[in-house]
Design a protein around this ligand. Structure first.
Ligand SMILES: Cc1ncc(COP(=O)(O)O)c(C=O)c1O
Length: 486
């Protein structure tokens, strides 16, 4: 492959990937040692399978601001930011101070606290919502929102997009990155389990649609008329790099959901309070019926939330007056899940829901750190990083493009634009791997997989961004050095 006088050979990519992995091993012996020990106590040596990668993950000890340190004392500028949790940065001083007070005064009561009201009111304001409930993770938020949608509509099926990730419960742990030979036709993708242990009966309830293809979705909806409770979508697909919605796509989802009486759920676990003050809802100007939040709203403390329209959320209080109970529904010939004599409201429960630690963290993060005036600087830094990486790609003719939406972005190592999962499969994993280890070995830490992206925080600086670009430039220069020197 030759572009503007530079040549990138497969052999050179493989050679650099191997060399950088070797250097990673040399720099991080303590992590290797801890990993060996961890494998004796934890499957895959980690607490969440997403933390595992070859040859072994870094074990971390400290983090502050935009920096993180591994157990060998190596310092990194953190661009992973805990898979996008940390738009507030590590241990923001305001958060650290508030949490110290909280830790000294009780972290779990299972009685409600005023901070829970304050946080719900803040989320209502940002997302144009009527009612909000709290959970402890994004997984719980999408699981609960789906149950509310099912209870509200009295229908069972859920549509999710191929390549979308919504957590690890059975309804959504399907077609996340399905193998090519299993994924089926694009206009009607197969529902491919992403885990063993998911019962067939669950798989039958989840329908998969291609992202950014509203006409195909319309066909799928016609084929399942009256059966679908919810369309669940990441407004930006942030679990296959960065894949924004095509212009008009989210608006069309809104229309289709309305036409079919379906609850539209935006999974804003990655986008909420990060893309904008009011998340993707504000950024794209499309309002879902329900939205899910987690990650960034807690500034680094576990939390989840979901909320939305009053009449849908009110299913947690009573189903009376919802479509599930309407006369229309009864006469429609559609089989409803509401069992006579059964529950007349949707259960939403959890010991740690609304605990004082998470609520205090959320209040400080949203009202004192990720305030409206924080965003312009985040956008400017993100545009600077994208422009810098794009200039490097152009200069050295690397196959790929740099992209960001708000303060989240990445280099997609593929020459063509990715609009959905099937384009993403063409990504050059070896080139990505060479870049990941090269950058990590020089103090720039990216998420350990091409499916994730960098997230900037209010504690990053232009100098952090420039360092990232500088190291990426050095990587490109070394990768292409052979042909440059003949
Ligand atoms: C869009 C999206 N939804 C849901 C989840 C699940 O969140 P959690 O890991 O907090 O359960 C994730 C996690 O990465 C996510 O990216």
């Amino acid at each position: 492959m030759t572009v503007t006088g530079h040549e990138i050979s497969r052999a050179r990519i493989a050679e650099m990937a191997a060399r950088e992995e070797e250097s990673y091993r040399r720099r991080t012996p303590r992590s290797a040692e801890l990993f060996e020990r961890a494998r004796g106590a934890l499957p895959l040596g980690v607490a969440s399978s997403f933390q595992a990668y070859d040859p072994y993950p870094l074990f971390m000890t400290d983090a502050r601001g935009s920096r993180i340190w591994d157990s060998d004392g190596n310092e990194y500028v953190d661009f992973d930011m805990a898979f996008g949790v940390l738009a507030a940065g590590h241990s923001h001083p305001l958060l650290a101070e508030a949490l110290q007070h909280r830790i000294a005064n009780g972290t779990c009561y299972t009685f409600p606290v005023e901070d829970g009201i304050t946080l719900a009111e803040e989320i209502k304001r940002r997302f144009g919502a009527a009612l909000v409930r709290f959970s402890n993770s994004g997984t719980e938020a999408t699981m609960d929102a789906i149950r509310v949608a099912r209870g509200y509509t009295g229908r069972e099926k859920v549509i999710k997009m191929e390549g979308g990730y919504h957590g690890h419960h059975d309804d959504v742990l399907v077609s996340i990155q399905p193998p090519r030979d299993a994924m089926g036709p694009v206009e009607q993708p197969n529902t491919v389990p992403a885990s063993a242990g998911i019962p067939r009966s669950r798989l039958a309830e989840t329908i998969v649609a291609p992202f950014n293809e509203p006409d195909m979705l319309a066909g799928i909806l016609d084929a399942h008329a009256g059966e679908v409770a919810a369309i669940l979508v990441e407004p930006v697909q942030f679990n296959i790099g960065v894949v924004p919605p095509e212009p008009g796509y989210l608006e069309r989802l809104r229309e289709l959901a309305d036409e079919h009486g379906i609850v539209l759920i935006f999974d804003e676990v990655k986008t909420g309070v990060v893309l904008a003050y009011g998340g993707a809802y504000e950024h794209y100007g499309v309002q879902p019926d329900l939205f899910c939040l987690a990650k960034s709203i807690g500034g680094g403390i576990p939390i989840g939330a979901f909320g939305g329209r009053r009449e849908v959320m009110a299913a947690i209080e009573t189903l009376e007056g919802t479509p599930a109970f309407s006369a229309d529904a009864a006469g429609s010939g559609i089989e409803r899940t509401t069992i006579p004599g059964g529950a007349t409201r949707v259960a939403h429960l959890g010991t740690f829901n609304g605990n004082p630690l998470s609520m205090a963290a959320g209040v400080v993060t949203l009202t004192k750190i990720l305030t409206r005036d924080a965003y312009p600087r985040l956008y400017a830094m993100a545009d600077r990083l994208t422009a810098g990486c794009q200039a490097v790609l152009d200069e050295y003719g690397l196959p790929g493009y740099a992209i960001n939406v708000g303060p989240k972005g990445c280099v997609m190592f593929t020459p063509g634009r990715v609009t959905n999962y099937r384009d993403f499969i063409g990504l050059d994993a070896e080139l990505w791997s060479a870049a990941f280890f090269y950058l990590a070995n020089r103090g720039i830490l990216l998420p350990p997989g091409p499916d994730d992206q960098w997230t900037l925080s209010v504690q990053h600086t232009d100098a952090d961004v420039d360092r990232h670009i500088e190291v990426f430039r050095a990587f490109a220069a070394e990768l292409t050095v052979r042909s440059a020197t003949g």
